[in-house]
Design a protein around this ligand. Structure first.
Ligand code: URA
Length: 238
């Protein structure tokens, strides 16, 4: 790969900026100053240094974000803040994208990565990667609802859902509200809200707790993110 691409990929600047750094003599490959941006490096074997500091090449980046409400699951938007606007300059890369979508008002676990192949596998309807949600509901959720969810609910427009596991965590008769957990094995548009609506109640708060083997890291504040650990990545790659 070209030296300027190597450095731009590692977020040292735009292609144009890193060309400037190379011309200035800031970049060494295998202990030799290289002043040509067209120079090719073997990213697995060559030792590249920028201003005296070694630079390891990393192709793919994986983050776990604790999505807050009010931001949209997109890469760019003219009106709304996006999940990528939450990234610090040092971590931001323009090839990062969210894996699937959470609604604007939904909080919780969202994976952000630049690995299209893995994202494709995680989102493939055939893979049935399960997702677990916590929700507050206006209305009383019942064991009959649980049964309907287990059997596979038909939601508005006639879409049939795969069986889903509904756990009723608490019910408050006085305020006519409930707290639930729901495990889905697919990802239809607004699915949790529409399933709850199909049994005559309404989601008032929604948070994703898990996607496949990856749990929301509750030590992250809303809006914070961290790289996936090697262990998490291995689990995700399955
Ligand atoms: N289901 C929903 O209704 N909304 C989400 O954001 C995710 C799942």
């Amino acid at each position: 790969m070209r030296l300027d691409k190597f450095l731009a990929d590692m977020n040292f600047g735009t292609r144009r900026e890193v060309k400037g750094y190379i011309k200035k003599g800031l970049v060494m490959v295998n202990n030799q100053i290289i002043k040509s941006d067209k120079f090719h490096v073997n990213e697995k074997e060559d030792i590249v240094e920028f201003d005296g500091e070694p630079v390891n090449y990393q192709k793919n980046f994986y983050y776990l974000l604790h999505k807050p409400g009010g931001v949209i699951s997109a890469t760019v938007d003219n009106y709304d803040e996006t999940v990528l606007d939450l990234f610090q300059d040092d971590d931001f890369r323009d090839d990062l994208f969210p894996v699937g979508r959470l609604d604007k008002d939904t909080e919780g676990l969202l994976l952000i990565m630049n690995d299209g192949q893995l994202a494709h596998r995680l989102l493939s309807p055939k893979k049935h990667v399960d997702k677990e949600y916590y929700a507050k509901v206006a209305g009383i959720m019942t064991t009959e609802d649980q049964e309907k969810f287990r059997e596979g609910l038909t939601i508005d427009g006639g879409e049939v859902c795969l069986p889903a596991e509904l756990t009723i965590e608490s019910v408050d008769e006085a305020s006519q509200t409930s707290e639930i957990r729901l495990i889905l094995h697919e990802g239809k548009f607004h699915q949790v809200k529409r399933m709850v609506q199909a049994v005559g109640k309404e989601v008032t708060y929604l948070k994703r707790l898990r996607m496949g083997p990856i749990l929301l890291d509750e030590s992250l504040d809303l809006g914070e993110y961290r790289p996936l650990t090697q262990e998490e990545l291995t689990l995700l790659q399955g």
